[in-house]
Design a protein around this ligand. Structure first.
Ligand code: ANZ
Ligand code: ZN
Length: 784
């Protein structure tokens, strides 16, 4: 018989919705002093884009994990903040809206409603009072405010730069949004364009972003990805004189010891030397053509190893090697990048692969030289580049800047925030490298806040990453309808709750969101708005759920399994347990419908074990019927299971915690009529995993409380310690017997027991023991 999960799950979801999972921000209060450790826990999920297609089972892994953690620590007496919200600006929401011909704000509202219903149907214990939405003007007022502080601090500037342009999405992309030369969103080949853009100076924080990684409890691979992205490199700057033009080329090298093997120099196509000395370059027209071609290539295309090297010599220009005074030629080639190091290299074909390929192609000398001692000063360079922060799209936060011909870029006065996104007729991208906002004249034309003259608003919007750069602070601001100005109003609350204790999300955000948000947080720290150096102390990455085809679950691959359908067929509790039982939390694993059927059976057994109607009488009239030793065994197993489940949840081993609970259920099934306390204990252990079923059974046993308010069980150390173990006894590495002893005995105690054991003693008798090898609870080996 299937238990009626539909009825039970609806019933408790309704009660939870009414009572809420409110965790006040007034300050941490420990409900129970019986547990040590931290009083507050801020457990945060990466918030979703409310897309039109709803949640698939892969979306839920992290959310189930964070819910287990939240419910567990709530029962441990901690004050928990576990909020949820919506990251609703950006291309996905906008493209969905364009495709379905609905205004993005209406589409977003509908999608949020569906997402919220779907999340609630899984029984997550979010505190919905704290719900936020990045597209709400009350929210993006703050996103704009933070931008303005950066502008005032000189960290937001406008410049004409070569950018990644997506021809399909018709917008600029950040470097972090381009993978293998393609747009992360739509997979189109990215083009190079020169455009005037807003840029955030993330490079000013490169050193701190790198150094502060050390103190974070984050997966090593994410830290490594950030280190590589920041790409700190220690090298040397060396100047090569060019006497005929009275100028010099400075190169950045990590191998100054190879200077005796330099046979030519290469500058990047963007290098200023070309324009500065165009009259001296005899083949300037040819060089100019090469530069023009290179300007359409992305960095990645330029650096591809397999690609044949290209380049042009700067005729009429020679440089002098300062080490040996050799006269060498100067080339322009696109394998040297304009914005890394000094945009120029000294080529050492003997030691450097790329230089060798180039030298071979253009018949340049390769000389066999030994390495030299070279002390010059050290120079530090980073791969990290400033963050291109403007997008030519409608659905984003307007950049709060007013452009005045007389006064230049002026910040919108703080009291005029937010700059609200106006309604437009057509929100599709124009493709003219201009935002659709540019055509709304009554919005664009404003007074200059400085001189009062005619001025225009900035019409570019912020990238989709902006809103998520500070949302974990917004949850602390007492609900979006109560946001107060200025930010200092939240000083005490920030102090109580920061940093986030646990942040769960996908590894794909390693160098995008997770780097941007650390940058904003450090800036907010510098302007004394937040009290901690870092936003997220501990980070966990959930693993991917693969489709039955073994591929990553995604709409475009048509291999998604809808969370809603699974919940309706098997119940939310089955889905929760199955997702956690599939394997280690951080691993990728394939979806298998048979697995969830097995879990549903397991939950039915739990229901039958405890539900007095289906299996009377629980905690029945005469527990003494059971043999005493059986009762002891259950008692011990229960205590062992409490220890195991507690430790496993603490270390994210949800799958092994569930295994331990399965073993316990097995044993309890074999022994009906246990004490009611035993059933209460197992219900509490099950609660974080199957909150609906556990709460229902808890009520069936006559309890009216919510399990969230009950205390997590503690185990009896004595009952666990006294466990017996079987120890292997070896003589000269050969097994000669086994003895059953109390666990955790010392070597001396075990030796004494072995010597009193007649069957083993005979092997040792009369021999001198040379050595004893002892592995606690496992083995003792006498070498005689
Ligand atoms: C001579 C040399 C000899 C180099 C050798 C390497 C090996 P990382 O570690 O990535 O910092 N380089 C410098 N600026 C460059 C630019 N703008 N575009 C492309 N390559 C550039 O690498 C630094 C090394 O990459 C530098 O050291 C330089 O080549 C090259 F056996 O100088 B080396
Ligand atoms: Zn002005």
């Amino acid at each position: 018989m299937r238990y009626d999960f539909k009825k039970i799950e609806k019933k408790w979801q309704k009660i939870w919705a009414a009572k809420g999972h409110k965790q006040s921000c007034e300050g941490p209060i420990l409900r129970s002093s019986s547990f040590g450790g931290q009083r507050k826990k801020y457990v945060l999920d990466m918030f979703p884009y409310p897309s039109g297609s709803g949640l698939h089972v892969g979306h839920l892994v992290g959310y189930v994990g964070s819910d287990i953690i939240s419910r567990f620590y709530r029962m441990k007496g901690c004050q928990i903040l576990h909020p949820m919200g919506w990251d609703a600006f950006g291309l996905p929401a906008e493209n969905y809206a364009i495709k379905n011909k609905i205004h993005p704000s209406i589409a977003v509202k509908e999608n949020i409603k569906n997402f919220k219903e779907e999340l609630n149907a899984i029984g997550f214990s979010y505190d919905w009072d704290k719900e936020i939405n990045t597209t709400d003007p009350a929210y993006y007022k703050w996103t704009q405010w933070i931008f303005l502080q950066m502008f005032k601090a000189g960290l937001a500037y406008e410049a004409e730069v070569p950018v990644n342009w997506c021809p399909k999405d018709k917008t600029v992309l950040a470097n972090e949004e381009v993978t293998d030369g393609r747009c992360d969103r739509c997979d189109s080949l990215v083009e190079r364009k020169k455009l005037k853009q807003w840029i955030l100076k993330i490079t000013s924080y490169a050193d701190r972003l790198l150094g502060d990684l050390e103190g974070l409890d984050w997966p090593e691979r994410v830290k490594e990805m950030q280190r590589n992205w920041i790409g700190k490199s220690e090298g040397t700057l060396i100047k090569f004189q060019i006497p005929m033009i009275g100028d010099q080329i400075e190169v950045f090298t990590t191998r100054p010891d190879t200077i005796d093997g330099v046979t030519y120099l290469v500058i990047a196509p963007e290098h200023s030397l070309i324009e500065n000395h165009k009259l001296k370059i005899k083949n300037y027209e040819e060089v100019k053509k090469y530069v023009e071609t290179a300007s359409h290539k992305t960095d990645l295309m330029r650096q591809e190893q397999s690609k044949e090297k290209t380049g042009v010599e700067l005729k009429g220009i020679k440089a002098i090697n300062p080490f040996n005074n050799d006269e060498i030629s100067v080339w322009v080639a696109d394998y040297v990048l304009g914005h890394y190091g000094s945009g120029a290299i000294m080529a050492v074909p003997q030691y450097d692969e790329r230089d060798r390929e180039f030298a071979q192609k253009f018949n340049l000398p390769v000389i066999d030289k030994l390495l030299v001692e070279f002390s010059g000063e050290k120079a530090v360079k980073y791969k990290l580049r400033d963050w291109i922060f403007s997008r030519q799209r409608y659905w984003g936060e307007p950049i709060p800047i007013i452009k005045c011909e007389k006064c230049g870029n002026q910040p919108v006065p703080e009291e005029n925030l937010p700059v609200v996104l106006p309604d437009v007729e057509s929100y599709e991208p124009t493709g003219e490298a201009e935002s659709p906002l540019a055509v709304i004249e009554n919005w664009v034309n404003v007074q200059c806040p400085k001189c009062g003259g005619l001025a225009k608003r900035e019409t570019n919007t912020m990238p989709q990453w902006a809103g998520s750069c500070w949302y974990y602070l917004a949850y602390l601001m007492q609900g979006i309808n109560n946001f107060k100005f200025p930010i200092s109003a939240y000083k005490d609350i920030f102090k109580n709750w920061l940093p986030v204790d646990l942040y769960i999300g996908g590894v794909e955000h390693a160098v995008l969101h997770l780097l941007y948000v650390r940058f904003w947080h450090k800036f907010l720290y510098d302007i004394k708005a937040v009290p901690t150096l870092e936003p997220f102390q501990k980070l966990m990455n959930q693993g991917l759920i693969m489709g039955t085809d073994g591929q990553k679950m995604s709409k475009s691959r048509e291999n998604t399994v809808s969370a809603k359908e699974i919940t309706e067929e098997f119940g939310a509790d089955s889905l929760r347990v199955y997702e956690m039982f599939m394997g280690p939390f951080g691993d990728s694993k394939p979806w298998d419908v048979h697995g969830i059927i097995g879990i549903e059976r397991f939950l039915n057994r739990i229901h039958n074990l405890i539900n007095p109607k289906s299996h009377p009488p629980v905690g029945g009239p005469n527990p003494n019927q059971i043999a005493n030793n059986q009762k002891d065994r259950i008692e011990k197993l229960l205590n062992k299971t409490i220890k195991k489940v507690t430790e496993d949840i603490e270390s994210f081993k949800f799958n092994t915690a569930i295994s331990a609970l399965m073993i316990l259920v097995n044993e309890m099934e074999k022994n009906p009529n246990l004490k009611i306390e035993n059933y209460k204990l197992i219900i509490k252990l099950l609660f974080p995993f199957v909150p609906h079923l556990a709460q229902e059974l808890w009520e069936k046993l006559g309890n009216s409380s919510l399990l969230d308010c009950e205390l997590w069980p503690q185990y009896d150390e004595k009952l666990i310690k006294e466990e017996d173990v079987e120890l292997v006894v070896q003589i000269n590495n050969k097994v000669r017997g086994r003895i059953v002893v109390k666990s955790k005995l010392s070597q001396k105690e075990v030796e004494r027991l072995v010597f009193s054991e007649k069957s083993i003693e005979k092997w040792i008798q009369g021999n001198k023991i040379k050595k004893v090898i002892f592995i606690s609870d496992k083995l003792i080996n006498f070498i005689i």
